[in-house]
Design a binder for this molecule. Structure first.
Ligand code: GBH
Length: 476
């Protein structure tokens, strides 16, 4: 027994990945609807237009969560359902609000604690078209603040708020590699617009300020009456030196985490960007005005941690190209002496390494002064899973083992290392729209039969979490 007795555990999803019903009840398009319509952007040519049809099956999803024994559920709100065009002077869509009010009511009636993400990458397309979306330093933070306030007002029962999910992905994949919506990149074979050397750092800066504005609004206008807490969710992988004898590889390990996590977390906890980023990016990294810094510094009530994998890190010696976003280093699956970081999965970037989870929890706890941490995502795909017959997909022992080893690594971080971890959300409740990879990669603990009316079949892993957490959470 090693996790605290009020520890919350459950599952996570995101609106665009599960909801479908993309035109129902007045929803406006998001940048992902637009991006998916461009041939070649999504591996299987699909989109989130139907996905798991969760917008129409909210009751079914809640019943499933209850059946699996979850005490928490993390989901995101589709901004363009609340404000179809997105902006602070645009009409608010009551039908969209009503949907989430009922969802939160039904969830809490079922005894499940909601964790609500305001932004999981699905920016209203209207804002991208109107003023360049995340790139607009004046408009974007104000529109986000207004959207956030609208949702805070509508959902007073929600006590755990996440502003942004993985701003790294929106910034780098959206504006450097162009792998995600809105697909900007300097590579003109992939996009007519974009500046990979500059736009990602601007987008990241504007998300930080938008986060700060939403937090200020929450703390001043809602927290005094509703209670509750608010933070941001950041993604980051664990790092190990390719050659532990080489101090440059050891230094590059920290730099890799700084470029992924501290890019956002340092301004939030310390009011400034990491020195390693300033040194490499110079004035391509925006400077905080005093007003912006005041909004951002101190703006986390908790740290939301999304974590999946680890890498060996090898430093580079040449001057990095302008579009480098890793920190002038290579990420590898094998170390110098031939050790492998973990087994292959269906995701090219993901190799299970539970020790890395414990180590990164410690790294974060140390750097940021032992913040309260919620693990807001953790999970795995399985190599070739989608090609198996359903009966075999349901026997997902690889995923069972992943959750088992990662949860125990987290419990060790809590019990033995003193990391203040309070909750854990497995990614994901359902197989769903895995962004640029479409439906070929499955992350769910529940198989979704897309060919037959989105019917749900819980896999072995779905039922493995309750006994696992029952064994780890202290009884009194
Ligand atoms: C999460 O991101 C997302 O929040 C969730 O929506 C998604 O479904 C889930 O993971 C599974 O993918 O080699 O440059 O393309 C996880 C963190 C960070 C993992 C970026 C993939 C790709 C880096 N992601 N990474 S790159």
């Amino acid at each position: 027994m090693s996790l605290p007795k009020d520890f919350l555990w459950g599952f996570a999803t995101a609106a665009y990945q599960i909801e479908g019903a993309s035109e129902k009840d007045g929803r406006g398009p998001s940048i992902w609807d637009t991006f998916c319509a461009i041939p070649g952007k999504i591996a299987d040519g699909s989109s989130g237009a139907v996905a798991c049809d969760s917008y129409n099956r909210a009751g079914e999803d809640i019943a499933l969560l209850k059946e699996l024994g979850a005490s928490a559920y993390r989901f995101s709100i589709s901004w363009s359902r609340i404000i179809p065009l997105g902006g602070r002077n645009d009409p608010v869509n009551q039908a969209g609000i009503d949907h989430y009010v009922k969802f939160v009511d039904d969830l809490t009636d079922a005894g499940i604690t909601p964790f609500v993400t305001l932004f999981h990458w699905d920016l209203p397309d209207g804002l991208d078209k109107r003023y360049g979306g995340l790139l607009n330093r004046e408009e974007f933070p104000l529109d986000f603040e207004h959207y956030a306030r609208t949702v805070f007002k509508a959902l007073p029962k929600v006590k755990h708020w996440i502003t942004f999910n993985e701003p790294w992905c929106s910034a780098i994949l959206g504006y450097n590699t162009g792998f995600f919506a809105p697909g900007h990149t300097s590579d003109r074979t992939k996009s007519a617009v974009g500046d990979s050397a500059r736009e990602p750092w601007i987008a990241g800066h504007n998300m930080l300020v938008a986060h700060g504005r939403a937090v200020k609004a929450y703390r001043e206008e809602f927290k005094p009456t509703n209670g509750g807490e608010i933070g941001i969710t950041l993604n980051g992988d664990a790092t190990y030196p390719w050659d532990p004898e080489d101090p440059e590889d050891v230094a590059a390990c920290d730099r890799k985490i700084e470029f992924a996590i501290s890019w956002f977390a340092d301004p939030i906890y310390f009011g400034k960007y990491p020195d390693s980023m300033l040194a490499q990016l110079g004035d391509r990294l925006p400077t905080f005005t005093d007003e912006e810094r005041a909004l951002v510094q101190g703006s986390n009530d908790f740290y939301g941690m999304n974590h999946y994998t680890a890498n060996y890190i090898k430093h580079k010696t040449d001057t990095p190209p302008e579009d480098d976003f890793l920190g002038n280093l290579e990420t590898l699956f094998e170390s110098k002496n031939g050790d492998c970081i973990g087994p292959e999965t269906q995701s090219f970037w993901l190799r299970p390494n539970p020790q890395g989870f414990r180590d990164l929890l410690n790294w974060l706890s140390k750097r940021y002064g032992r913040p309260k941490i919620y693990v807001t995502e953790n999970g795995t795909s399985i190599k070739g899973e989608n090609d198996l017959p359903r009966e075999q997909i349901l026997q997902d022992d690889f995923r069972v083992e992943y959750f088992d080893s990662y949860a125990k690594a987290m419990a060790d971080a809590y019990e033995k290392d003193g990391v203040d971890v309070r909750g854990y959300m497995a990614w994901s409740l359902l197989d769903n729209f895995e962004w640029a990879e479409g439906y070929e990669t499955r992350f769910g603990v529940t198989f979704v039969d897309y060919a037959n009316g989105q019917k749900r079949y819980p896999k072995k892993s779905a039922r493995s979490l309750k006994p696992l957490f029952d064994s780890l959470i202290k009884k009194d």
